[in-house]
Design a protein around this ligand. Structure first.
Ligand SMILES: [Zn+2]
Length: 471
């Protein structure tokens, strides 16, 4: 073997597309020592075949030296309890805010898994006890500080606007008399957030010899292509005195939707007389945490709630369904599957004076996606029951917490000359389109797609790519 291959890191991705985020890195030091670490350990979501993949880990948890978590979305943390249950016994490093989110999110995940397992007559992949055990492994880190995670490895959490507490993670691997190996994991990436202002990245980062693992969810679309339709739709139905049902993700999205409604009230585009019902235990909990400053929301944004908000639980939900007056219902979950929205959609889908306004990505296999293709008057089947669709259904991606292709390119262009950009976390076609764009517009030595291959890097950049083989 050549000298350059003696000190290297192999990077691979467990799931090449959008959900189930998990990167595995194997490091080989010049003294022959090898160790492994992972970045994120997420849940697969959407189609049944995808969800089947949740049951099995493709690596041996007892062989992993440390685990780094970029942020608290379920597709990045949802399988941590399974990993702990199967024998992971070391630290899980993340930020303080993500630790707070993680505890609530994983508990909620238990109840979703439990009801799914009951439906399929099988055992849930983990329970509350596994979640409690997982939380004992979590070590909360400050942003912008080097954390010594093991011999030869330091990591730094850098602020990321994708979500409260979200980080990009810089991993620095060093060995005496060798140049360092540096890897930056963007996680899900965004540069702006309504609710907090992230600290800019340190200047020295841009001149570091670096491999960047870059997400690419919206790698096919520029920010100028986003159409803002939400406000117009809400105002149109509010004027008609109709029901406006807004499925929203509990974390981030629900709070943003509520803030947008407040802006509509403030500008008198809608009346403050219209009640705003907020439903979904986890969404209500996060909304409270945001208002109280627990999730790092900046002080001037903590007053984001509109007037006339009523928090709803299962004891009061029935009254809302009986109320025929004008109203706005903001409820979990965002994809139309799981949570109280499963009760609201069948109740309102047949009513013509209703708008069902989706506010984010709806994965294949979810009710949100099924409804997308049906036209007015068509029959739709929800849980085996047939309904005539009379409600207007609208979708928008204007709330997306991901940077768009042009924003990701301008982020990558700030680096002097990255050794390698690995395109990650996107649908196959999108990753391909985006990788080609990086090749043209970014001054990187190499560009590759993370997924079917593992990529071996050393301090100078890419050494080789081979078919992925898990530990
Ligand atoms: Zn995310």
């Amino acid at each position: 073997m050549g000298r350059k291959e003696r000190f290297y890191a192999d990077i691979m991705s467990v799931h090449p597309e959008v959900t189930g985020s998990c990167n595995i890195v194997t490091v080989r030091l010049p003294n022959g020592e090898k160790f492994h670490f992972i970045v994120d350990c997420g849940m697969f979501q959407g189609r049944k075949e995808e969800e089947e993949r949740n049951k099995k880990l493709v690596f041996r948890p007892e062989n992993i030296d440390f685990c780094l978590i970029t942020h608290g979305h379920a597709d990045h943390i949802g399988r941590l309890p399974l990993m702990v249950k199967k024998g992971y016994s070391r630290y899980i490093y993340t930020t303080d805010v993500t630790r707070n989110i993680m505890e609530s999110a994983l508990k909620d995940s238990v109840s979703i898994l439990r009801s799914k397992a009951k439906r399929n007559k099988e055992k849930a992949i983990y329970d509350d006890g596994d979640v409690a055990c997982t939380m004992q492994h979590v070590h909360a880190c400050n942003f912008n500080q080097w954390i010594h995670v093991r011999d030869n490895v330091n990591v730094m959490f850098l602020e990321n606007a994708h979500l409260y507490g979200a980080a990009m993670i810089l991993v620095n691997i060093r060995y005496p008399n060798q140049n360092d190996i540096n890897i930056l994991f963007t996680g899900d990436y965004n540069e702006k957030n309504l609710f907090f202002k992230p600290k800019p990245l340190p200047d020295w980062l841009y001149s570091l010899p670096l491999t960047i693992v870059q997400e690419s969810t919206y790698g096919y679309m520029n920010s100028s292509e986003i159409e803002e339709t939400f406000s117009d739709n809400v105002v149109r139905f509010a004027k008609k005195g109709g029901t406006i049902l807004i499925p929203a993700f509990a974390l981030g999205r629900m709070q943003e939707v509520l803030y947008r409604i407040k802006l509509l009230q403030d500008s008198k585009a809608i009346s403050t007389e219209i009640p705003i019902y907020v439903d979904g235990k986890l969404g209500i909990k996060y909304t409270g945490m945001c208002a109280n400053g627990i999730l790092g929301v900046s002080e001037e944004m903590r007053d984001f709630l509109p007037q006339n908000v009523v928090f709803v639980d299962k004891t009061t939900r029935g009254d809302i369904l009986k109320n025929n007056g004008p109203k706005i219902i903001v409820t979990t979950s965002g994809m139309g599957s799981h949570g109280p929205v499963e009760t609201y959609i069948p109740s309102y889908i047949t009513k013509s004076n209703t708008l069902i306004q989706f506010t984010g990505y709806v994965a294949e296999g979810t009710l949100g996606r099924e409804l997308k293709d049906a036209s007015i008057g068509e029959t739709v089947k929800i849980r085996g029951v047939l309904y005539k669709k009379r409600a207007e259904i609208q979708y928008t991606n204007e709330f997306s917490a991901h940077a768009k292709a042009d924003e990701m390119i301008s982020f990558l262009q700030r680096f002097e000359r990255p050794n390698l950009v690995l395109v990650n976390h996107g649908e196959w076609q999108v990753k391909d389109i985006f990788a080609r764009r990086i090749l043209k517009e970014v001054n990187a030595k190499n560009v590759a797609i993370l997924g079917q291959y593992f990529h071996r890097i050393n301090p100078y950049g890419l050494v080789t790519s081979k078919s992925a083989k898990f530990l």
